[in-house]
Design a protein around this ligand. Structure first.
Ligand code: NAP
Length: 253
């Protein structure tokens, strides 16, 4: 069993990008971080997960990465069961794992709609369902859902992703209302245009146009997003629930 003082933090999709920065930012001597990851190339992802563990250790924390697909109920249950067996509680859940499968609405394949909705919306639903059961018994917890600026604005070529991220805002508000009496706060962070693998694949023309629409004149970093998550996970945010915190350099206001 863990020391009572340890804060147990669960981050989905922590092997790289924003999730890794969140793990790094939330690392502290009194925290223990569990993250999951899931992709086609298991060896590469395990190497990436090992890197996250090392980064967290350098930041003074402890992390463990587990292979689990957030879109599959049995894998989510097994992921949380493993955590509960080890440490017996979950204080913070960050629903960060996400994918894109972009195409114009007219050309979007049903499989791409289903894949994005499964990971980006059903994943947070499954994880929140398990985590709220645990947090309700503890009479306390924090859930932070990583939505997106496009969930508020819409975006050409991302009907699936936008529907999922807008849906996640609805899930955030409903979970916040349902669990407020159990002292569980639920908020969303909506990043704008952030420098990760997800945006690296965008054509140069699209990147240039996006940059031109950001008043602060730069892409965001994963660390910019991690700071907002750290605030919502902190004691300073105890009276904030059901909110969406936009981190976008002024791209949407
Ligand atoms: P990323 O670099 O592509 O990382 C995505 C993470 O999610 C990876 O750790 C990945 O694991 C994990 N993942 C993907 N599918 C999964 C599944 N089925 N089960 C468990 N884990 C899974 O993306 P990112 O840019 O850091 O994005 C993180 C979050 O921020 C996403 O929800 C994204 O929608 C959101 N966001 C990003 C931006 C942006 O500009 N980058 C803007 C707004 C919102 P593997 O490494 O194993 O694939």
């Amino acid at each position: 069993m863990t020391e009572k003082a340890q804060r147990i933090i669960v981050v989905t999709g922590g092997s790289r990008g924003i999730g890794r920065a969140i793990c790094q930012r939330l690392a502290a001597a009194e925290s223990r971080i569990y993250f999951n990851y899931f992709a086609g190339d298991r060896a590469a992802e395990e190497a990436a997960a090992a890197e996250t563990i090392e980064i967290v250790a350098k930041a003074g924390g402890q992390a463990k990465g587990l292979w689990a697909n957030v879109a599959v109920a049995a894998e989510v249950t097994a992921f949380f069961d493993a955590i509960m067996d080890e440490v017996g509680r979950v204080d913070v859940l960050v629903n960060n794992a996400g994918i894109t499968r972009d195409a114009l609405l007219a050309r979007m394949k049903e499989a791409d709609w289903d894949a994005v909705l499964s990971v980006d919306l059903k994943g947070p639903f499954l994880c929140s369902q398990v985590a709220t059961r645990i947090m309700a018994k503890q009479h306390g917890g924090r859930i932070i859902n990583i939505s997106s600026i496009v969930g508020a604005m819409g975006n050409i070529g991302q009907a699936n992703y936008v529907a999922a991220k807008a849906g996640l805002i609805g899930l955030t508000k409903t979970t916040a209302r349902e669990y407020a009496s159990r002292n569980v706060t639920v908020n969303a962070v909506a990043p704008g245009f952030i420098d990760t693998a997800m945006t690296a694949v965008l054509p140069e023309k699209v990147k240039t146009a996006m940059l031109a629409s950001i008043p602060l004149g730069r892409m965001g970093s994963p660390e910019d997003v991690a700071e907002a998550v750290a605030f919502l996970a902190s004691d300073a945010a105890a009276y904030i629930t059901g909110q969406v915190l936009h981190v976008n350099g002024g791209m949407y206001m």
